[in-house]
Design a protein. Structure first.
Length: 134
Protein backbone atom coordinates (compact mmCIF):
# COMPACT_ATOMS: atom_id res chain seq x y z
CA UNK A 1 0.00 0.00 0.00
CA UNK A 2 1.25 3.46 -0.90
CA UNK A 3 2.18 5.75 1.99
CA UNK A 4 2.39 9.53 1.63
CA UNK A 5 3.98 12.11 3.88
CA UNK A 6 1.71 15.16 3.66
CA UNK A 7 1.27 18.57 5.28
CA UNK A 8 -1.86 20.59 5.98
CA UNK A 9 -2.56 24.16 7.06
CA UNK A 10 -5.13 25.16 9.62
CA UNK A 11 -5.51 28.75 8.44
CA UNK A 12 -6.99 31.09 11.02
CA UNK A 13 -8.25 34.64 10.46
CA UNK A 14 -10.22 36.60 13.07
CA UNK A 15 -11.12 33.44 15.01
CA UNK A 16 -12.39 31.56 11.97
CA UNK A 17 -10.75 28.59 10.22
CA UNK A 18 -10.55 28.08 6.46
CA UNK A 19 -12.30 24.86 5.41
CA UNK A 20 -11.71 23.78 1.80
CA UNK A 21 -13.86 21.34 -0.19
CA UNK A 22 -12.00 18.93 -2.43
CA UNK A 23 -12.89 18.47 -6.07
CA UNK A 24 -13.81 15.11 -7.61
CA UNK A 25 -10.79 12.87 -7.33
CA UNK A 26 -9.52 9.40 -8.06
CA UNK A 27 -11.25 7.98 -4.96
CA UNK A 28 -14.91 8.57 -4.13
CA UNK A 29 -14.25 8.40 -0.37
CA UNK A 30 -12.29 11.67 -0.47
CA UNK A 31 -14.06 13.38 -3.40
CA UNK A 32 -15.99 16.50 -2.38
CA UNK A 33 -14.97 16.11 1.28
CA UNK A 34 -13.77 19.07 3.30
CA UNK A 35 -10.11 19.24 4.23
CA UNK A 36 -7.37 21.54 5.41
CA UNK A 37 -5.31 22.69 2.40
CA UNK A 38 -1.86 21.25 1.79
CA UNK A 39 -0.25 18.41 -0.07
CA UNK A 40 2.63 15.98 -0.41
CA UNK A 41 6.09 16.59 1.00
CA UNK A 42 8.78 16.12 -1.65
CA UNK A 43 12.01 14.22 -0.94
CA UNK A 44 14.49 16.40 0.95
CA UNK A 45 11.87 19.07 1.72
CA UNK A 46 11.13 20.27 5.25
CA UNK A 47 7.47 20.03 6.28
CA UNK A 48 6.85 23.74 6.81
CA UNK A 49 8.59 24.60 3.52
CA UNK A 50 6.50 22.00 1.68
CA UNK A 51 3.35 23.57 3.12
CA UNK A 52 4.38 27.07 1.99
CA UNK A 53 5.00 25.67 -1.53
CA UNK A 54 1.68 23.79 -1.64
CA UNK A 55 -0.29 26.86 -0.55
CA UNK A 56 1.42 28.97 -3.23
CA UNK A 57 0.75 26.34 -5.93
CA UNK A 58 -2.86 25.49 -4.99
CA UNK A 59 -4.14 28.82 -3.69
CA UNK A 60 -1.75 31.63 -4.68
CA UNK A 61 -1.35 32.14 -0.93
CA UNK A 62 1.96 33.57 0.20
CA UNK A 63 2.28 32.68 3.86
CA UNK A 64 5.28 32.21 6.11
CA UNK A 65 5.14 29.03 8.19
CA UNK A 66 7.56 28.20 10.98
CA UNK A 67 8.27 24.77 12.49
CA UNK A 68 7.00 26.32 15.76
CA UNK A 69 3.52 26.60 14.14
CA UNK A 70 3.23 22.79 14.32
CA UNK A 71 -0.15 21.65 15.69
CA UNK A 72 -0.37 17.85 15.38
CA UNK A 73 0.29 14.78 13.24
CA UNK A 74 -2.43 12.39 12.05
CA UNK A 75 -1.78 8.85 10.82
CA UNK A 76 -4.64 7.55 8.70
CA UNK A 77 -5.16 4.56 6.42
CA UNK A 78 -7.69 4.86 3.62
CA UNK A 79 -8.71 1.77 1.58
CA UNK A 80 -6.08 2.46 -1.14
CA UNK A 81 -3.31 4.44 0.58
CA UNK A 82 -2.04 5.66 3.95
CA UNK A 83 -0.92 9.12 5.03
CA UNK A 84 1.07 10.76 7.77
CA UNK A 85 -0.26 14.32 7.88
CA UNK A 86 1.68 17.02 9.70
CA UNK A 87 -0.57 19.97 10.51
CA UNK A 88 0.41 23.58 11.17
CA UNK A 89 -1.65 26.41 12.66
CA UNK A 90 -1.20 29.47 10.46
CA UNK A 91 -2.43 32.97 11.28
CA UNK A 92 -3.40 34.90 8.18
CA UNK A 93 -3.42 38.70 8.11
CA UNK A 94 -5.23 39.04 4.75
CA UNK A 95 -7.64 36.24 3.78
CA UNK A 96 -6.97 36.40 0.05
CA UNK A 97 -6.53 33.23 -2.00
CA UNK A 98 -7.45 31.67 -5.33
CA UNK A 99 -9.24 28.32 -5.50
CA UNK A 100 -7.34 26.36 -8.14
CA UNK A 101 -8.04 22.80 -7.00
CA UNK A 102 -10.97 23.07 -4.59
CA UNK A 103 -14.67 23.57 -5.37
CA UNK A 104 -15.67 25.54 -2.27
CA UNK A 105 -14.24 27.35 0.74
CA UNK A 106 -15.87 28.32 4.03
CA UNK A 107 -14.58 30.36 6.96
CA UNK A 108 -16.02 28.85 10.14
CA UNK A 109 -15.58 29.01 13.89
CA UNK A 110 -14.28 25.65 15.17
CA UNK A 111 -17.50 24.84 17.05
CA UNK A 112 -19.45 24.90 13.75
CA UNK A 113 -16.92 22.90 11.69
CA UNK A 114 -18.35 19.52 12.71
CA UNK A 115 -21.37 20.21 10.47
CA UNK A 116 -19.24 19.75 7.34
CA UNK A 117 -18.51 16.43 5.60
CA UNK A 118 -14.77 16.07 6.38
CA UNK A 119 -12.23 13.66 4.92
CA UNK A 120 -11.57 11.01 7.57
CA UNK A 121 -7.93 12.04 8.13
CA UNK A 122 -9.00 15.64 8.88
CA UNK A 123 -11.59 14.76 11.54
CA UNK A 124 -9.08 14.48 14.44
CA UNK A 125 -7.84 17.98 13.58
CA UNK A 126 -11.38 19.38 13.70
CA UNK A 127 -11.82 17.75 17.14
CA UNK A 128 -8.53 19.22 18.37
CA UNK A 129 -9.51 22.70 17.15
CA UNK A 130 -12.84 22.46 18.92
CA UNK A 131 -10.96 21.72 22.16
CA UNK A 132 -8.45 24.55 21.62
CA UNK A 133 -11.05 27.20 20.75
CA UNK A 134 -13.58 26.46 23.54
Amino acid sequence: MKHYEVVAAVIEHNGQILCMQRNKGKYDYVSYKFEFPGGKVEVGEENHTALERELREEMDMDISIMESDYLMTVEHTYPDFAITMHTYLCKLAHPKFVMKEHVAAKWMVPQEMGKLDWAEADKPIVERLQELYK
